[in-house]
Write a protein that binds this ligand. Structure first.
Ligand SMILES: *[C@@H]1O[C@H](CO)[C@@H](O)[C@H](O)[C@H]1NC(C)=O
Ligand SMILES: *[C@@H]1O[C@H](CO)[C@@H](O)[C@H](O)[C@H]1NC(C)=O
Ligand SMILES: *[C@@H]1O[C@H](CO)[C@@H](O)[C@H](O)[C@H]1NC(C)=O
Ligand SMILES: *[C@@H]1O[C@H](CO)[C@@H](O)[C@H](O)[C@H]1NC(C)=O
Ligand SMILES: *[C@@H]1O[C@H](CO)[C@@H](O)[C@H](O)[C@H]1NC(C)=O
Ligand SMILES: *[C@@H]1O[C@H](CO)[C@@H](O)[C@H](O)[C@H]1NC(C)=O
Length: 615
């Protein structure tokens, strides 16, 4: 890829990046420290930039309906100017009277603009306290940046059909940088068949008024397909495990500062619950913004990309769920890279994987249903292992209820939770050295639940393999970090000793990055960075004789540089190649976006599987 450097058009980005270094409120922040030595890089030429104002996440799920929605409503319209430390913006909500539940699909659409330069911010949307979207804003480097996020939110039908409040939090400050974020959130409700006969056009047909401001352009989608849901039918009830009265206001996330900071929620489940899935939303901030590149060392300089105040405690983090203080499941989060992280020029205008629609994580808690039914209330705990300040975590407990029963019984019959053994190695000499963390564990739970559906035993097996490497060479001028998470979850249901259903979800998330720093002159540091990031998810669901299979692969390769002065990027450049591939038994879809120096060179989509051989 070419290294086409250019000055930032808006000089005003400089304070933006400086501002970045101050960790504030619930915002996303970045702090890349740099160690400099002389290194022979030619000084890059300055070139003017033709700023692309539409930012995008190059995904495209073909699962989105090709028919018009039955009805659409704008639920929230808000300008986020000076909202730091305030509770979320809340509005009254009522399900649409003209197209009541059940819906064959519900799509959330967020359209947003940034009036001027601003930091990237973290944001989320809740419906009666249940989180339905975690998202980052872009890092607007010029006035007028706009973007769209579309997400399939059908799984939240239980709250969408009964909720009374809809809220969004986007903590922004226009004190230092002028940018104000203006957001419109709409819901599109579908009933009946989801595709017409006009073939499998992957574009979403939105109501004509959605195009009114001309910003929808191609009508492209920017959401991951919901292939992760272990069950196809939405839950009957969703109990939010979120912060109702915390420092970030009602119906919002928990702020977790370290692993002894366990956020507890008291939960009472209906006595006719027969299935339970906990969905976790999480994002990392402050000292843990670069947790995935965090070295392991007991003393001396930090290395990696960590902030000056963070501990060198290694690149492993795990969100842990407890029920009545007992371990009930855990996930290693996918390291979402924020629009201001590593090199902001990589992510303008193409977002990093999942940045505009952070993945959520499902844990099947059905084996624990018997336990949850035995007693009035239970305490759900959330924490992040090895964490540093701070993480924003919330969860939704999805419950399926037996309408034909006044009470269901069950019991946990197998609970095998060996401790996750991490092997940690580190060897450092002054600035240079390397460290690694490896871990692997298999967890098994099994329990029966007897309801009008019969006496069904659910067995969950979760396998996790984790690897992190950090190396620093040449007196700190070359830093390499890599991480790989592989997980496989199997859920098996049995009735009368016969298997009636099987689900397997396999996830692979490798990340590799390398930064070379050299003396840029006048106290500045020139940093060249290369990175590769991928998220692959394969799901197979077998119910009786019916088997459904799908694979989603989202991958990015980026390369570029930035000149840092006092840890502020004075100028820089980035090239990113993004490929998004989705395939199931019926369809295949590939989208490739090539961005060179801030401009989209190529954006190609194909529904042909012939050229799409699995690698
Ligand atoms: C910037 O891009 C737009 C749209 O591609 C084009 O019309 C315009 O001439 C470009 N401006 C410069 C200065 O290159
Ligand atoms: C929100 O909707 C209003 C009214 O349709 C429109 O004028 C405005 O441009 C929209 N804002 C965004 C950010 O899409
Ligand atoms: C922040 O934005 C609000 C609303 O647009 C405006 O009234 C206020 O003057 C701005 N503050 C600063 C410091 O620019
Ligand atoms: C962990 O976080 C809690 C809550 O902020 C704080 O009170 C405690 O001192 C922290 N513990 C450590 C070991 O940092
Ligand atoms: C379950 O709850 C229902 C409704 O509250 C109640 O009528 C029923 O008696 C309860 N059943 C048991 C076994 O507690
Ligand atoms: C349900 O099945 C399990 C395992 O087969 C058995 O131990 C349990 O007693 C059964 N429960 C009921 C209510 O039949």
């Amino acid at each position: 890829m070419s290294a086409n450097h250019h000055h930032l058009r808006a000089n005003s980005l400089l304070p933006a990046l400086l501002f970045f270094l101050l960790f504030m409120g619930c915002s996303t922040t970045a702090s890349p420290p740099s160690l400099s030595t002389s290194f022979p890089f030619p000084p890059p030429p300055a070139a003017p930039q033709n700023t692309t104002l539409e930012y995008m996440d190059p995904t495209l799920p073909p699962l989105i309906p090709t028919v018009n929605p039955k009805c659409s409503t704008v639920v929230l319209r808000e300008d986020f100017a000076d909202t730091l430390g305030f509770p979320p913006a809340s509005v009254d909500y009522a399900p649409p009277a003209d197209c009541p539940a059940p819906w064959s699909r519900v799509i959330l659409e967020l359209s947003a603009t940034a009036s001027d330069v601003q930091m990237d911010r973290i944001a989320a949307i809740w419906v009666d306290g249940a989180e339905i979207l975690r998202t980052s804003t872009p890092l607007p480097m010029a006035p007028g940046v706009f973007w769209h996020v579309r997400k399939d939110v059908t799984r939240y039908t239980a709250v969408l059909r009964s909720a009374t409040t809809f809220s969004m939090m986007l903590e922004n400050s226009n004190a230092t940088l002028p940018g104000v974020y203006s957001v419109n959130v709409s819901l599109h409700f579908y009933r009946g068949a989801l595709s017409d006969d006009a073939g499998r056009s992957p574009s979403l047909k939105l109501p004509t008024n959605a195009h009114a401001n001309g910003q929808l352009g191609s009508g492209r989608l920017s959401a991951h397909p919901t292939i992760k849901g272990l069950y196809r039918e939405p839950a009957d009830l969703i109990i939010p495990i979120s912060n109702e009265l915390g420092d970030c206001g009602p119906g919002s996330w928990f702020k977790i500062r370290n692993e002894s900071d366990v956020q507890l929620t008291t939960v009472l489940i209906p006595n006719n619950t027969y299935r339970a899935v906990l969905e976790i939303y999480v994002s990392h901030h402050g000292d843990d913004e670069y947790w995935y590149a965090n070295p392991l060392r007991t003393n001396g300089p930090r290395g990696g990309l960590t902030s000056p105040s963070s501990k060198a405690n290694g690149g492993f983090r795990q969100v842990v769920v407890t029920i009545d203080k007992r371990f009930a499941g855990a996930v290693v989060p996918f390291p979402v890279i924020y629009p201001g992280s590593i090199n902001p020029f990589f992510w303008a205008p193409v977002a990093a994987l999942g940045a505009y629609d952070h993945p959520s994580y499902d844990l099947d808690l059905t084996p624990f249903v018997g336990k949850l039914l035995d007693g009035p209330e239970h305490h759900f705990g959330l924490t992040v292992r090895d964490s540093q300040p701070y993480w924003l975590v919330s969860a939704n407990l999805h419950l399926w209820l037996d309408a034909w029963s006044d009470g269901v019984e069950g019991a946990l019959v197998r609970y095998k939770v060996p401790p996750l053994k991490l092997s940690r190695q580190a060897a450092w000499r002054d600035l240079d050295g390397k460290s690694s963390i490896d871990g692997q564990v298999i967890i098994r739970f099994s329990g029966w639940v007897s309801s009008s559906k019969g006496n069904i035993t659910t067995s969950v097996k979760q396998r996790l393999k984790f690897k992190s490497r950090v190396e620093v060479h040449r007196q700190g001028s070359i830093k390499q970090a890599s991480m790989e998470v592989k997980s496989r979850t199997n859920v098996r249901t049995e009735k009368n000793h016969k298997v009636i259903g099987r689900v397997q979800v396999e996830t692979e998330a490798p990340l590799m990055m390398e930064t070379m720093s050299s003396n840029g002159g006048g106290g500045s540091v020139f940093e060249k960075t290369k990175m590769y990031h991928k998220l692959q998810e394969t799901t197979s669901v077998a119910v009786g004789k019916e088997v459904a299979y799908s694979t989603m692969t989202d991958r990015q390769d980026s390369e570029g540089s930035a000149l840092m002065e006092d840890r502020v990027a004075k100028w820089g450049s980035g090239d990113t190649e993004s490929t998004y591939k989705y395939r199931d038994d019926k369809a295949c879809h590939l989208r490739t976006v090539i961005m060179v120096g801030g401009t989209v060179r190529d954006d190609a989509e194909t529904a042909s599987c012939v050229s799409v051989l699995d690698s």
